[in-house]
Structures are given as structure tokens and as C-alpha cells.
Design a protein around this ligand. Structure first.
Ligand code: IMP
Length: 422
């Protein structure tokens, strides 16, 4: 029996889904533990592109059990749409997709509140995905949220919906209220057969010897507490979030794999010490298709930040690294990796998460030679150009962790597993 967490370790969009999909061949269960439809997990399989928002990326393997854990927040109408679109693509998930009945619901009002608060904040906005994530998690903490399991009990649902609007001091017209209630009851009938108390299932599966993969969404630097607050999401994206978000005991977590892009990106506002702008950023953005899968927004681009990465590795207790989108760097004459932050001519001891401090740091870089050879079809460490190896080794040395997987293209087969090193 074994369990593995696969986490995005920077500001999200590290290509986790590709890695989850790749490892997915060896696991029996894939579980989401936090976040919601703010995620956009893209998998390309035999040239066909699939984008998942709430459904775990393991769904493409016909035998894999997929769990949407209690720590997620779910837009029930959006999830139904996502499931129906998968069905249309011939993906059958009968008896292998389970939604925890304690997951919070994202309702239409949450999305409106998300947009409104961004509008009110003006230039100080967070740059959210607009999917209602912050308001949905706030309501859970305020105990006025509806949960997945509520959809199964019409009278209780009516009472909870009433309380929800009372809490928000909104007097919904009788017809709007009726319309929303009916739509929730209807979607509840669709989702009902998939609902379960998934914590018990996960523990039982683990004891039966099944391999469980916990799939992170967003990234460590977007964690509600440990990220670059307030420019963060509203869930716990760190490895510690797995236990609360799924009811899986911490003692049973075996391995933690951290996914990093070969460079760094960020969507939305907030400090980004290694950010680059101009033609070089445009070139990387274009080649890496760095546009949000959920919102289509262009992503901000920067060099690999080993200071932030060290913080993330320590916080999550990483065992090993997966480096993605390495092929995007092909053709650049030289590459940079930030190895320390300087402030007032002093090297800082490590990462600083306060936005004021993070905006003030001066990144210090290692400069490494680039490579010209197309690496997108290379299958072994040995066959990589020496400059590519040098780049990966620099990351490895700075993080003091082994690079185990390297992704050199979107497709499942464009992945190098590093067993042997020179
Ligand atoms: P929210 O999660 O929609 O509330 O957005 C909060 C912050 O997290 C914003 O900066 C978003 O751009 C960022 N964010 C949310 N989901 C993702 C993601 O899947 N990838 C990258 N950034 C994300």
C-alpha cells in the first residue's frame, strides 16, 4: 500500500495534471483535496486535449477510482456540465467517481460576490478566477454554506437556502428563490448517486493495499496562510491540506512529489521577484502557451526562483521534484535561476511572504548556458544535452532534492523518468 501527494509548488499552473496523468498509470485512486473550479487541469492524450476543473485528472484511466474530497468547494451545475461533457467524449465513470457529501457548494451568489469584491477593490484586486472560491470558503467558515449532501434532502435544502440568503441579508424574490431551489434539487438528483463519505473509502482502500494519489490544485505560494497573502486562493494548497481535505491520516502519507515549471509563472496580482517582461517574456508565454486554462488570462513570466522553491519544498516536506515545460526553454541563449534574495545589500536567509517585503527583494541569479537541440522527444537523462542536465542539476543542488520526472512536451509519452544519472 502506498500514498503519494502531487503538489504544485509555486503559484499554480505547474503542469500538475500532466504529472498526475503520467503517474496515474501506476495508481488505483486519484483524489482532489482542495480548491474547486478555479483549477484548470489540462491533459493532452494522443493529440486530444482534456481540461478538468473539478473532476480529478485520473478519470482518463478507465479503472482508476476518482474522489472529490470534502475539502473542495463544488459548483454543482458546473460539475454536472463537466461530467456530461466527459460522458459525451466516451469516458465512463459509473461506480468510480465519488464526491464527498461534506464538500461545500459554490452558488451563483458566490460568483457574483467574487466579481463584486474584485470590482470594489479596483487596483488593489486579487485577480481571482471569478469562480466564487473565496466567498464559498468564507461561508463555510461562517457556517452558512450549503454542502453537497444537503442536495439530497429537499426540506433541509430549502431551510439551508433560506438561511443562506438571510445570512447575506438578501431578499430574493419568491420566483428567483423557487428557481434556484428547483435547479439545486434537480442537479442533486444527477449528482446524488456519486455522493459518499469518501474519507472512510480512502482509508479502507489504503488498508486493502491500493495506491492513492492526492492531486493538488493551484500552488503552495497561493496557500491561504503560507502563500503571498492576500494574493492567494482561499484553500490550503500545501501538503498539510491533504489530511483535512480528505480525512486521510497524516501517518499514512508516504511520498510527496513537488511539481515545478522549469521557469515561473503567476496569474493574478501580487509580488513576483523574478518576473521578466518584454520580448523574452512574450516568447516564453507564446511557446509555453501561458494563458489560463480557466480564464484565458495571459500568465506573468519569470525565471526559476530557487529561494521561493526552497521555502515551498520545506513547507511541504517534499521528497522529490518533477520539472515541467523544460522544452519551452530550448533556444534561449542563456538561462537564469535566482539563488538568493538581497535587501539593503544583505543576503536574506530565505523566502519572505509579506507582499511589501517580497516586492523589495532583489533577486541574485546564476547564469547558465542554454541549449539549441530539440529535447521534446528525448526519453532518457543520458540523451539530454549537457546544458540541459546542468540546468536541472543546478535546481537539484539548490533544492537539495532529486529531480525524478522531467516533462518535455504536453503528451503523456513526452516524459523522462530519471532513474539513472551520470
Ligand atoms: P481564486 O482562487 O479564484 O479566488 O483566485 C485567487 C488567486 O489564485 C488569483 O491570483 C488567481 O489567479 C489564483 N489562482 C486560482 N486558481 C489558480 C490556478 O489554477 N492556477 C493559477 N492560479 C490560480
Amino acid at each position: 500500500m502506498s500514498s503519494i501527494i502531487v503538489l504544485g509548488c509555486m503559484w499554480g499552473d505547474e503542469g500538475k495534471a500532466k504529472i498526475v496523468d503520467f503517474i496515474g498509470a501506476e495508481v488505483d485512486v486519484v483524489t482532489r483535496f482542495q480548491g474547486g473550479a478555479n483549477a484548470g487541469h489540462t491533459i493532452v492524450l494522443e493529440g486530444k486535449k482534456y481540461v478538468f476543473h473539478t473532476v480529478p485528472s485520473g478519470i482518463l484511466y478507465p479503472e482508476t477510482q476518482c474522489v472529490i474530497g470534502a475539502g473542495t468547494v463544488i459548483d454543482p451545475l458546473g460539475l454536472r456540465e463537466e461530467m456530461q461533457s466527459l460522458m459525451l467524449q466516451g469516458i465512463d465513470f459509473t461506480d468510480r467517481l465519488f464526491i464527498d457529501e461534506r464538500a461545500g457548494l459554490v452558488l451563483a451568489l458566490h460568483k457574483q460576490l467574487d466579481h463584486k469584491s474584485e470590482e470594489n477593490l479596483g487596483t488593489g484586486k486579487i485577480g481571482t478566477t471569478g469562480k466564487g472560491i473565496g466567498p464559498a470558503y468564507s461561508d463555510q467558515a461562517a457556517r452558512c454554506a450549503l454542502r453537497m449532501g444537503d442536495l439530497r434532502y429537499p426540506e433541509w435544502l430549502e431551510q439551508r437556502l433560506n438561511n443562506f440568503y438571510k445570512y447575506h441579508q438578501i431578499n430574493l424574490s419568491a420566483s428567483d428563490y423557487k428557481e434556484e431551489l428547483e435547479s439545486l434539487l434537480e442537479v442533486g438528483k444527477f449528482l446524488g448517486p456519486f455522493m459518499a463519505q469518501t474519507d472512510q473509502m480512502l482509508r479502507d482502500w489504503y488498508k486493502e493495499g491500493k495506491k492513492i494519489l492526492f492531486e493538488g490544485a493551484q500552488g503552495t505560494l497561493l496557500d491561504l496562510i503560507y502563500g503571498t497573502y492576500p494574493f492567494v486562493t482561499s484553500s490550503h494548497t500545501v501538503s498539510g491540506g491533504v489530511c483535512v481535505g480528505t480525512g486521510f491520516p497524516p501517518r499514512w502519507l508516504d511520498r510527496i512529489l513537488g511539481v515545478f515549471k522549469a521557469y515561473t509563472t503567476r496569474v493574478g496580482a501580487g509580488p513576483f521577484p523574478t518576473e521578466i517582461e518584454g520580448p523574452l517574456a512574450d516568447q516564453i508565454r507564446h511557446k509555453g502557451n501561458e494563458y489560463g486554462s480557466t480564464t484565458g488570462r495571459p500568465r506573468r513570466i519569470g525565471w526559476f526562483d530557487a529561494v521561493a522553491a526552497q521555502y515551498s519544498a520545506a513547507l511541504n516536506g517534499l521528497d522529490s521534484l518533477a520539472i515541467t515545460l523544460l522544452d519551452v526553454l530550448t533556444g534561449l541563449p542563456e538561462l537564469k535561476i535566482c539563488h538568493s534574495y538581497i535587501k539593503h545589500n544583505q543576503v536574506l536567509p530565505g523566502f519572505v511572504s509579506h507582499p511589501i517585503e517580497l516586492n523589495e527583494v532583489q533577486p541574485e541569479y546564476l547564469t547558465l548556458p542554454g541549449w539549441d537541440i530539440d529535447i521534446s522527444n528525448i526519453q532518457t537523462w543520458k540523451a539530454l544535452p549537457k546544458e540541459t542536465k546542468q540546468y536541472l542539476e543546478a535546481i537539484q543542488d539548490l533544492l537539495k532534492l532529486p529531480v525524478k520526472i522531467v516533462s518535455v512536451g504536453q503528451d503523456r509519452h513526452q516524459t523522462i523518468v530519471i532513474k539513472e544519472k551520470v
